[in-house]
Design a binder for this molecule. Structure first.
Ligand SMILES: NC(=O)c1ccc[n+]([C@@H]2O[C@H](COP(=O)([O-])OP(=O)(O)OC[C@H]3O[C@@H](n4cnc5c(N)ncnc54)[C@H](O)[C@@H]3O)[C@@H](O)[C@H]2O)c1
Length: 312
């Protein structure tokens, strides 16, 4: 797995270990953390840059499956640093595909993104809609999935892209301005600060608990007869930022008014997945409610982030 030290990758690793699988992680720990990786004899860490062909070839050799999760996963960072993000997100993906092809890997599952849909008003987003990337990050993710499809056609390497929408859960780091909006809001509210909302707060997202993504990715890896396919992996719902803030406040018992700032460059207004294809072909069915997922996330934040802060 690439990016196994990151937020989503580390949840995949934990589930694979629980299932008794042997896991290799290729990660440069640029945004991920070593502490996220379970200390277990079945997990080996390869530290390096996935865009380094010799490094990734060594990490992938002997693997049956590659779950390619590593990326610099930030829209604003890609706007500020298109070249650096292109290196990780496009050069890195190409190097992973070449390594997987050469190692005779059975299947590569690529972490795609709903950002490829852009800002069209049509909802929900279906996989066969014409992509319209509006930022370097979205374009890089689109190039990644098209490279996957091309490797399937050209070299017979099985690839599947899972397009995530807004994933949240424990271990999502609130520390940087590029962090997911849920971790930023929990961080602000739990610390007694007013959350900063870009725009009017009525923009909506298909917030997806990380446990759903784990089940979907593993189904995408193991379901027979998929090659070059793209799947939305989300709940299929729409929650506004204002509703999100209200739910976090309820869970934390806070009552702080949000502060509104200018809308962010490149942000889409509304996002909602059509998950019919994942349901039909992967047997994917969301299980956790939004509020249950958020409760787990808040609990983790209070224990691991605030708790660690107090201890330190
Ligand atoms: N979190 C979301 O809502 C979301 C939405 C859509 C897509 N995605 C995609 O899911 C994947 C995982 O995202 P995440 O939220 O867990 O992010 P994350 O930042 O927690 O994890 C990314 C991991 O990749 C590693 N990495 C980055 N560049 C690397 C490089 N050049 N070489 C080796 N390792 C490198 C980081 O150290 C980190 O461990 C990414 O591909 C991201 O684009 C995430």
């Amino acid at each position: 797995m690439t990016g196994g030290g990151g937020f989503i990758g580390s949840h995949l690793v934990a589930e694979l270990v629980r299932r008794g699988e042997t896991v290799r992680i290729a990660d440069n720990f640029s945004t991920g953390r070593r502490e996220n990786v379970p200390a277990d004899g079945s997990v080996t860490i390869f530290e390096g840059d996935i865009a380094d062909q010799a490094f990734i070839a060594q990490a992938v050799a002997g693997c049956d499956y590659v779950l390619h999760q590593a990326a610099i996963p930030s829209v604003p960072r890609s706007v500020a640093e298109p070249v650096a993000t292109n290196h990780a997100n496009v050069d890195g993906t190409l190097a992973v595909l070449v390594a997987a092809r050469d190692a005779g890997v059975r299947r590569v599952v690529f972490a795609g993104s709903s950002s490829v849909y852009g800002n069209s008003a049509v909802l929900p987003k279906r996989e066969d809609m014409r992509p319209a990337p509006m930022t370097p990050y979205a374009l890089q993710k689109l190039v990644g999935e098209q490279y996957c499809q091309m490797f399937t056609q050209l070299y017979g390497l099985e690839t599947v892209t899972t397009r995530y929408f807004n994933v949240f859960g424990p271990r999502q780091q609130p520390g940087s301005p590029y962090s997911g909006v849920i971790s930023l809001f929990i961080d602000a509210l739990a610390s007694g600060r007013q959350p900063l909302v870009h725009g009017d707060g009525r923009q909506t997202r298909d917030f997806t608990y990380v446990g759903e993504v784990v089940r979907g990715v593993l189904a995408a890896a193991t379901t027979p007869a998929l090659g070059g396919e793209v799947f939305n992996l989300a709940v299929g719902g729409r929650i506004s930022l204002l509703e999100l803030i209200a739910t976090i406040q309820r869970l934390l018992g806070t009552n702080l008014e949000p502060v509104f700032g200018p809308a962010r460059e490149g942000d889409v207004r509304d996002s909602q997945a059509d998950i019919v294809k994942a349901r039909e072909k992967l047997g994917f069915e969301p299980q956790a409610s939004f509020e249950d997922g958020l409760r787990e996330t808040v609990k983790w934040y209070q224990a691991d982030v605030l708790g660690a802060g107090k201890a330190g």
